[in-house]
Design a protein around this ligand. Structure first.
Ligand SMILES: [Zn+2]
Ligand SMILES: [Zn+2]
Length: 332
């Protein structure tokens, strides 16, 4: 059955009735049928502050037909080429904050895309970024800058990207959310069990009900909800339990984990999190998977992983080039 009633805080707001869902889905499908798509996050750079031999500067490629870049550190273009991710399909870039490690790669990318006569690229960034772009004197026809602010920023085919504020030193800093639209579909397991004929499908799709024998079957009896997938990225942040609320039920939480517990004081001082703190956020959020990134060169991968897994087992330590698929789940 379709979940009803008041959802818990942070949960998908499923307050519509099955009939409302159906009406909405049918309306949307008239112009553009919902297609199942692969969703993935590829880590292009996973270091903090300075690169190492194995880790480049922060950048994450979110692929869902469109390609979105979340942060665009130095070397981002080269890493995309190495991973055979075509920069030509980048639709928009989102810069979580204006620390150099998170945006130095964007200038070269804009120039490359502009020279290749690709479409104009949208760059969402904190306000000061406009001045930086002006100073770079890049052809303004190559890009448009948009101010990063809390709430929905960008909508593509079947998804939205929104931002939320995080605490990171004294600089304007944001986290990001990718959210796929929710939808319903007729469950063929249920209709099969009820013995649906072709005509029953036609009736229920057009009138919301059908008759089998003496029995009237309503659309709500055969619908399943397909929950939209959700990816959350913390950007650079101190430990902040508000992120757990935003990440509630996320399919994938990407959280910075600059330090191990040994450096917890430094994490607080520098506006960062430890791996254990990130795991605590994932645990509170009930996230399905946690990927840690943005590592200090002072910290060992093994210790980061061990400390996180003590609290949240399904944790991965990001490596440059690592691709994480986010699978579609049925929600009935
Ligand atoms: Zn950083
Ligand atoms: Zn930073």
């Amino acid at each position: 059955m379709v979940p009803r009633g008041k959802p818990k805080r942070g949960q998908a707001r499923l307050v519509k009735t099955p009939r409302e869902f159906l009406a909405e889905t049918v309306e949307r499908n008239k112009t553009k049928p919902f297609r199942n798509k692969h969703l993935s996050a590829t880590f292009l750079g996973t270091a903090s502050a300075t690169p190492t031999r194995k880790r480049g500067m922060p950048s994450i490629a979110i692929k869902y037909d469109d390609l979105l870049l979340w942060d665009c550190g130095e070397g981002c273009q080269m890493e995309m080429m190495r991973r055979r991710i075509g920069s030509g399909s980048v639709k928009a870039v989102f810069l979580t904050h204006l620390h150099l490690d998170h945006f130095l790669g964007v200038f070269g990318l804009v120039k490359t895309l502009g020279m290749a006569r690709q479409r104009r690229i949208d760059i969402f960034a904190p306000d000061r970024f406009r001045k930086i772009m002006d100073a770079m004197e890049i052809d303004p026809s190559f890009f448009s800058t948009k101010e990063m602010e809390v709430g929905k920023l960008y909508s593509g085919d079947q998804y939205d990207v929104s931002a939320f504020r995080v605490k990171h030193r004294n600089i304007d800093s944001f986290g990001l959310v990718f959210k796929e639209q929710e939808r319903t579909r007729i469950d063929t397991e249920k209709t099969g069990a009820l013995g649906f004929s072709q005509q029953n499908y036609v009736d229920i799709s057009t009138q919301g009900e059908t008759i089998i024998g003496e029995k009237k079957i309503g659309i709500e009896e055969v619908l399943v909800c397909v929950k939209g997938r959700k990816i959350i990225y913390s950007g650079d942040t101190v430990y902040d339990e508000r992120i757990a609320q935003i990440a509630e039920g996320a399919d994938l939480l990407i959280h910075e984990a600059t330090y191990t517990e040994e450096f917890a004081d430094l994490a607080a001082k520098n506006g960062h999190s430890t791996a254990r703190q990130a795991a605590e956020i994932a645990r509170m959020a009930g996230a399905k998977k946690l990927v840690l990134t943005h590592f200090s060169r002072m910290c060992s991968n093994d210790v980061l992983e061990r400390e996180a897994k003590e609290l949240f087992e399904n944790t991965l330590i990001a490596k440059d080039g690592m691709k994480v698929e986010v699978k579609q789940e049925k929600w009935a």
